[in-house]
Design a protein around this ligand. Structure first.
Ligand SMILES: Cc1cc2nc3c(=O)[nH]c(=O)nc-3n(C[C@H](O)[C@H](O)[C@H](O)COP(=O)(O)O)c2cc1C
Ligand SMILES: [Fe+2]
Ligand SMILES: [Fe+2]
Length: 407
């Protein structure tokens, strides 16, 4: 666990977590950090605790003591968000300290009580404050449905620090550099990629609520953004606000100037056409990624589709429907409310087809409103004529992408 100073009386504890399925689903190939913050006035508050993923709190207590914070002196536990990656340590803390007050929203209070049996809770509403003494005043600002109903920001007035919990977070482990002004260009690129992975995997479904949270952040005089996952922005907090605004547009169909080929093939017939399409994209100088389902992780698939302005779906018919791993991927994208993408599908069938019908059912059912170029279905192997139509479909897709590019 690393300890860093944010300002006088404000410290950060951060640890990397690897080899877990985040939310029990998402393979986080590059890990994630859990960040916790200690604010000291005459009284001490801890915002969003962290302990090892195994639930052993000793690491936290040792770190607090090394920072000169006696765990016994912590009077307030501020729970910005009740999800256990931020609050899972409360029961352990209860074992070493008998008296403390939990501060959270009314929605979180109900969960703190039902999940952990805690009842010494002060419920806060928009603008409520907590004076810790020595000029450290915290105020609380609910941002519901980011991505749970209970979520709030905590804001420290004197330093203009926004403790934003899941909002403005990113996946990705942190090395020695935890502040935006320390990041190398490679690390900045890494957190752009991991920020998109995080937004697409965890936040995308809640884009309308995130937009409200972005507006609320803009209404505060912010000098530092200190999230629960990922780097702290002290030089340029506006950057992560702008990034999140851009990601919210990716959820509505904008994207980087690149294409994702979301594909699967049983016996290589559709795969032949994928190979052909790669040649077309290379000739046109278009950046592209291939997501081979079901071999690719859902996390990587969702992130890659999310950030792309154009999507090519290449999948055959299977039992009168769309090849199941690709259908599952599209359903996942639908559940994440990734809408408005420019798209094009082709695929092979053996006798009757049926993939195309299910594709449109999935798009309709999830209200995805993807803008499709005319699909191309071919019997068995793709012939010269099929490839010509596929090429035309790709070129139409590239045209459709033009109005959606946002880097
Ligand atoms: C398990 C299985 C189920 C299939 N179901 C259908 C079907 O319902 N309708 C159809 O037209 N073709 C069906 N096919 C035929 C495939 O769509 C055809 O072989 C196609 O060329 C496969 O393309 P691929 O090699 O890219 O996987 C099925 C093939 C398999 C192996
Ligand atoms: Fe969360
Ligand atoms: Fe979280």
């Amino acid at each position: 666990m690393k300890k860093l100073k944010i300002a006088d009386g404000i410290h950060m504890l951060t640890m990397n977590v690897e080899d877990i399925l985040f939310e029990g689903i998402w393979e986080i190939a590059n890990g994630v950090t859990l960040n916790s913050y200690i604010v000291q006035g005459e009284k001490t508050a801890i915002i969003d605790g962290v302990i090892g993923w195994d639930g052993v709190p000793e690491t936290l207590y040792d770190s607090l003591e090394e920072m000169g914070v006696d765990p016994q002196s912590i009077d307030y536990l501020i729970v910005n968000h009740m999800e256990p990656d931020h609050s899972g340590w409360i029961s352990n803390f209860r074992k070493v300290k008998n008296y403390f007050t939990i501060i959270c929203t009314d929605k979180a209070a109900k969960m703190v009580s039902s999940f952990y049996g805690e009842d010494r809770i002060r419920v806060v509403k928009e603008g409520d404050t907590l004076d810790l003494g020595k000029g450290r005043v915290l105020s609380f600002h609910p941002v519901p449905n980011v991505h749970w109903p209970d979520t709030m920001y905590t804001y420290e007035n004197a330093t203009g620090t926004l403790f934003s919990c899941d909002m403005f977070g990113a996946f990705g482990r942190m090395g020695d550099h935890c502040f935006d002004d320390e990041l190398t260009p490679e690390e900045k690129e890494f957190f752009e990629t991991e920020g998109i992975r995080y937004y697409s995997n965890v936040m995308a479904t809640f884009t309308p609520s995130l937009r409200k949270a972005i507006e609320k952040a803009k209404s505060l005089d912010i000098k530092t953004i200190a999230p629960g996952h990922g780097p702290v922005y002290r030089k340029n907090p506006q950057k992560i606000i702008d990034d999140y605004s851009r990601y919210s547009l990716y959820a509505d169909g904008s994207g980087k100037n690149e294409v994702t080929i979301l594909w699967g093939s049983m016996y290589g017939m559709t795969a032949k056409a994928v190979e052909f399409v790669e040649g077309v994209l290379q000739r046109e100088g278009v950046r592209y990624s291939k997501m081979h389902m079901p071999l690719e992780s859902e996390s990587e698939m969702a992130a890659t589709v999310f950030r792309s302005a154009g999507i090519i779906i290449a999948a055959p018919t299977y039992e009168y429907k769309l090849f199941p791993p690709v259908a599952a991927a599209l359903n996942e994208l639908g559940r994440k409310k990734i809408t408005g993408k420019a798209a094009f599908r082709f695929g092979s069938y053996g006798w009757s087809g049926g993939a195309e019908k299910e594709l449109h059912e999935i798009i309709e059912r999830n209200g995805m409103k993807w803008d499709f170029a005319a699909s191309v279905e071919f019997e068995g192997a793709p012939k010269e004529d099929d490839l010509k139509k596929i090429e035309a479909g790709v070129l139409e897709l590239l045209e459709k992408m033009k109005g959606k590019i946002l880097e």
